[in-house]
Design a binder for this molecule. Structure first.
Ligand code: FUB
Ligand code: ZN
Length: 637
């Protein structure tokens, strides 16, 4: 018995290793090479440009003192810091979102505003490269004394912004400011062998971006050094001193390569694992990946909402005990869902497995998008799965991490459509676009057309410059394969009745299924067309019995979208709704504000009484005033 177990372990780890020596990790096909033409996403990119960014700019420089802090730090006249010690990060994250948006929609006025801010940021940098307005204005002698004070977190967002703005505009000022701060940090800690555990992770993933943008290997080494600091009893500061939190709150209880469970603050965890995956990908080091696979299962199998949201508990902004997934009190921070998108993308790059995109897609289309109002200028910080009417989207928050996070994600959503290597491409998300690849040495223009997520038909037009052999991997979503999420936290009530259909030039195509993808490998020529049709049945979902909040309840999903019932469509007493055992679903085209959607009308009888209700996609709720809302609905036994 023991021998067999050993053999299995050996086979698994040797598979992992051989994968590393083969075609993995895959590469992101950058959104900057993609033109989004999609009817669902393009208006969202426009809303971010036209509404979200101006709203955030107004809050950042007029309503709050975030930009004034940089001006004051540059003046060095002992003026007071305004706001919270991590507010610089919001300025940087907003600049990153602006950089992405400028690539989608060039805008001279917006670019001039960003340039103006960047001059102010550069002027606030200390002579030794240090940059943090909180400490510049409250006393530089206190800098780097409390690991919880987010200095490295703010620096990370500065680096992400510097890289993004350089890539968008070719302008180096912010990138150089970020590099000087990174050099300062490297001298302070890694080169000085001075312990430092980042209380809020972020700099790790940012340093990898900085390394890739500058080619300076020391930034990658510094990222790895920060990861390696964790779990060794080196953490000092407010969170470590707080008895109910301790090191696990900041994922500092165990060295990263030995971690097995998800703990603590959800956003911190997501940024940590994203950074660890980035370092792993650039160092061909399977240590981080092997640990993260177990942590990922802990998240997805036991601690994730059906919306893809995570971090159910408000008290620690993070994880609670397994299966503790309350609906009305769900925290499910927008930033944590954005982090789920980042982390799952990296896991997919490392392993080439579609299951990570199943989770990414769920978090993106549901818990993340819910963070942004349909008007683009109001935001959710937490994303509950039930409401008695007490929740509403806000213009801004005291801690304003979420608005710029969802803005940067939406503006760069093209990053999640494809991944590639030298001789193959993987279609991960179904978003209408035009782009060009270089595959097997040939330029290949690709055009994707679809009405997803409302319709499951996707067509791909291929135009290689000359007939060329390469492979196309089409993701077969879990909700097509009959498994809403990897693991058994959620199951469909009924088996699937139809399957994926794939056609090449109108003829049914044979395909191998590999790692959750339909693989089409052949010589492709200009004009070839792939069409595939994913069934978009309305599905009822139940959760594991351990999730007590969902006992005797079902949720409704169609395609990647989780649905909810809201007072605006259903009047009062929604909490008394019982879904008939034999329920009929009808998909109807309608609108919520200016958003064209497919609603689902459900009807039937419960105890000889007719019952009917209208469900809308979860991400569209709370756009018509405060309302009752439920994702999980009582089901007739
Ligand atoms: O601490 C900075 C950000 O504020 C975190 O990522 C969010 O969870 C919020 O606490
Ligand atoms: Zn947030």
């Amino acid at each position: 018995m023991k021998l067999r177990l050993l053999l299995v372990v050996f086979l698994i780890s040797s598979q992992t290793l051989s994968a590393w020596q083969g075609q993995l990790p895959l590469q992101v096909h950058s959104f900057s090479e993609i033109q989004i033409t999609d009817a669902f996403w393009k208006p969202k990119l426009e809303k971010v440009a036209e509404k979200s960014l101006p709203a955030a700019i107004y809050q950042t420089e007029v309503k709050t003192g975030r930009i004034r802090n940089f001006e004051k730090a540059a003046r060095k006249q002992g003026e007071e810091h305004e706001g919270i010690y991590y507010d610089d990060s919001d300025v940087y994250k907003l600049l990153e979102a602006i950089a992405y948006s400028l690539q989608n929609f060039p805008d001279a006025e917006l670019e001039a505003k960003a340039d103006e801010w960047i001059e102010k940021i550069a002027a606030a940098q200390e002579a030794d490269g240090y940059l943090n307005t909180y400490y510049s204005l409250t006393g530089l002698q206190q800098r780097w004394t409390d690991m919880e004070k987010h200095e490295a977190y703010c620096a990370g967002h500065l680096m992400e912004a510097g890289v993004a703005y350089f890539q968008a505009t070719g302008k180096r000022t912010l990138l150089d400011v970020a590099s000087r701060m990174a050099d300062h940090i490297d001298r302070q800690f890694r080169q000085a062998d001075r312990p430092w555990v980042t209380g809020h992770e972020e700099i790790e993933l940012a340093l990898v971006k900085l390394y890739k943008a500058t080619g300076e290997k020391r930034y990658l080494d510094l990222a790895d050094w920060f990861l390696d600091q964790r779990g060794r009893g080196l953490g000092r500061g407010a969170i470590w001193d707080k008895a109910e939190w301790g090191p696990d709150y900041a994922q500092d209880g165990v060295p990263v390569k030995e971690q097995k469970e998800i703990t603590g603050h959800a956003v911190r965890a997501m940024y940590l694992y994203t950074g660890a995956a980035d370092v792993a990908a650039n160092q061909n080091d399977p240590g981080y990946m092997n640990a993260m696979k177990t942590v990922w299962e802990d998240v997805v199998y036991r601690n994730m909402y059906i919306t893809g949201g995570i971090g159910s508990s408000g008290s620690n902004e993070g994880f609670s005990v397994d299966y503790d997934l309350p609906n009305e009190n769900a925290y499910s921070e927008t930033c944590a869902s954005v982090g789920m998108v980042f982390w799952n993308q990296r896991m997919n790059l490392l392993e080439g497995q579609a299951q990570y995109i199943d989770v990414l897609e769920r978090s993106l289309y549901n818990a993340s998008l819910d963070g942004l109002s349909l008007t683009g200028d109001h935001f959710f910080y937490g994303n509950p799965l039930a409401s008695s009417g007490q929740h509403s989207r806000k213009e801004w928050f005291g801690t304003a991490c979420c608005p710029s996070n969802i803005s940067r994600l939406v503006a760069s959503v093209g990053d999640y459509i494809y991944v590639k290597n030298e001789s193959a491409l993987w279609v991960n998300l179904f978003i209408g676009n035009q782009t060009e690849f270089e595959l097997s040495g040939t330029k290949v223009a690709v055009e994707m057309e679809t009405d997803f997520p409302w319709d499951g038909k996707v067509s791909l037009q291929l135009k290689p410059a000359k007939a060329t052999e390469f492979a196309i991997h089409l993701r077969i979503p879990g909700w097509v394969r009959g498994e809403p999420v990897p693991g058994e936290l959620y199951r469909f009530l009924e088996e699937n009745t139809s399957d994926l259909l794939v056609f090449v030039n109108g003829e049914p195509a044979d395909f191998e299924v590999e790692n959750g993808y339909a693989v089409l490998e052949r010589q492709w020529k200009a004009g070839d067309q792939i069409t595939y049709k994913m069934p978009m049945e309305v599905k009822e979902i139940k959760s594991r019995p351990e999730v007590l909040a969902n006992t005797d309840k079902i949720a409704i999903q169609r395609g990647p979208l989780v649905y909810c019932v809201e007072g605006a469509d259903n009047g009062a007493s929604l909490s008394e709704l019982v879904v008939p055992k034999k329920v009929e679903f009808e998909v109807v085209e309608t609108q919520v504000l200016d958003e064209h959607i497919r609603a689902i009308k459900l009807s039937g009888e419960v105890a000889s009484e007719s019952v009917s209700a209208t469900a809308i996609p979860y991400y569209t709720w709370a756009n018509r005033g405060p309302n009752e809302m439920y994702v999980w609905l009582r089901k007739e036994k």
